[in-house]
Design a protein. Structure first.
Length: 437
């Protein structure tokens, strides 16, 4: 099975569904198919995606704003738990929606290769240039065309801490990896444990370790090498990956640095791993996770997040990469160019299409022109600022890799590494050998 998205509420497609979906799409790739055109120009624009429940309700509020401002159009949205399969079946049948919100960058590229997508209108591209950092246009582009508009996104590369405890001890937020190392040593000298790390997640045990390695790949090797790693253009056990893993090992394999020691990492549940920070007295000082982790904190902490919780971006290692951000997000792509499609895509680039969701909470947005005061709490405001200012953003590597690796050998490899069953070189070599030919 594919792992559950660690940030947000959307479940990723299962391995079985992914295989079916890819088979369906590949069947249609032999013949280029033009995206279907509107059956009737009645002003209706159909959108499909994986938003459901609370997320769908929040997105429906965004659609309502557009429809009120543009009465000549009527945008509708349908969310499905089987969206990833459904959208590929519909495209094969030449009955796609007008717009779809795709959670995986690779899906956009496959649809573009199959001839299903419409490149974005020049006015929409101009709006992207005006309202986003260049990285978001790059992520939505393929083979010289711009296809995707990013809206709601998620971010992972953050370190959480007990604000009151840090203030009492006089700790300051590190902004470089060297400063982080110095802080770790100071904490050990003070008799406290720097980190709490948990890999346990039932059948998905190990995925938090993959996120750590992905973050370190971006910080030590940079985005271009990261992309080659994801696509197996370099081996999984390339020297760059080995270097990144050894940065992880400085923390994982040091019993003075990890709550319960290295042996506790695999048995500690990822959600429970945040709790030691807020025990009385605290059992550790830092936890690296995505913004979803606040939902696993003790209830009394959740009730007063801004008072109790601090957060900062995991520091960069190489200054030329800045402070990279690892995460995910939904890019909206167009299957038709009927009236209303261009207008809605351009609307998504504006902050007014994001602010209502930001005020409620549970979502981040990459727009440069956003009003950070619209976020419901200071934690999301700080995370949003890091996201907007990031010069490097990449999607979760394990979610982009073949299932055999991304939710298979990569998970188990990280477990074997922290338990000492495999050293760094063996761990990465074994993972590489599982990459499908």
């Amino acid at each position: 099975m594919k792992k559950i998205t660690k940030i947000g509420n959307v479940a990723k497609i299962s391995a079985a569904c992914a295989a079916i979906a890819l088979l369906v799409l590949n069947t249609g790739c032999n013949e280029k198919k033009a995206a279907s055109t509107a059956k009737a120009d009645d002003g209706t624009v159909r959108i499909e995606g994986s938003f459901r429940g609370e997320e769908e309700a929040r997105f429906q509020e965004i659609i309502k704003i557009f429809n009120e401002q543009n009465p000549q159009f009527h945008v509708t949205y349908e969310g499905s738990p089987d969206f990833e399969v459904q959208i590929q079946v519909e495209t094969q049948a030449n009955t796609p929606p007008d717009i779809a919100a795709l959670p995986q960058p690779g899906t956009m590229k496959r649809f573009a290769d199959a001839g299903y997508l419409k490149p974005l209108d020049s006015e929409v591209i101009a709006a992207i240039d005006a309202n986003y950092a260049p990285v978001w246009k790059e992520l939505g582009s393929y083979k010289g065309n711009v296809y995707g508009v990013f809206h709601r996104v998620n971010a992972k590369s953050f370190v959480w801490y007990n604000k009151k405890e840090w203030a009492k001890r006089g700790y300051t937020v590190p902004t470089t990896w060297d400063e982080l190392r110095a802080l770790e040593e100071k904490m050990v000298a003070d008799g406290v444990t720097p980190w709490t790390v948990g890999f346990e997640s039932a059948a998905a045990t190990g995925w938090p370790g993959t996120d750590w390695l992905e973050d370190m790949m971006l910080r030590t090797a940079g985005p271009d090498v990261y992309d080659k790693w994801v696509n197996h253009e370099i081996k999984f056990n390339d020297a760059a990956v080995l270097n990144a893993l050894k940065y992880c090992g400085e923390i994982f394999l040091n019993n003075k640095y990890v709550y319960g020691g290295s042996a506790n990492i695999v048995s500690l549940n990822y959600g429970d791993s945040i709790k030691p920070l807020f025990e009385n007295p605290p059992k550790a000082m830092m936890n690296r996770q995505g913004n979803f982790i606040t939902g696993f904190m003790q209830q009394e902490i959740q009730d007063n997040l801004e008072e109790n919780v601090g957060v900062f971006a995991l520091p960069g290692v190489d200054a030329k990469w800045g402070t990279p951000v690892l995460g995910g997000g939904d890019q909206f792509v167009a299957f038709t160019d009927k009236p209303g499609v261009k207008e809605f895509m351009e609307f998504l680039t504006k902050w007014e299409a994001c602010a209502p969701w930001a005020r409620i909470g549970g979502a981040l947005f990459p727009h440069k022109n956003q009003n950070f005061a619209d976020y419901g709490n200071s934690l999301e405001r700080e995370i949003a600022k890091v996201l907007v200012n990031a010069s490097v953003f990449r999607f979760d590597a394990s979610d982009l890799m073949p299932t055999e690796v991304g939710s298979g050998s990569f998970w188990t490899g990280m477990v074997n590494y922290v338990t000492g069953a495999e050293d760094a070189e063996t761990c990465l070599k074994v993972i590489d050998e599982t990459w499908p030919q």
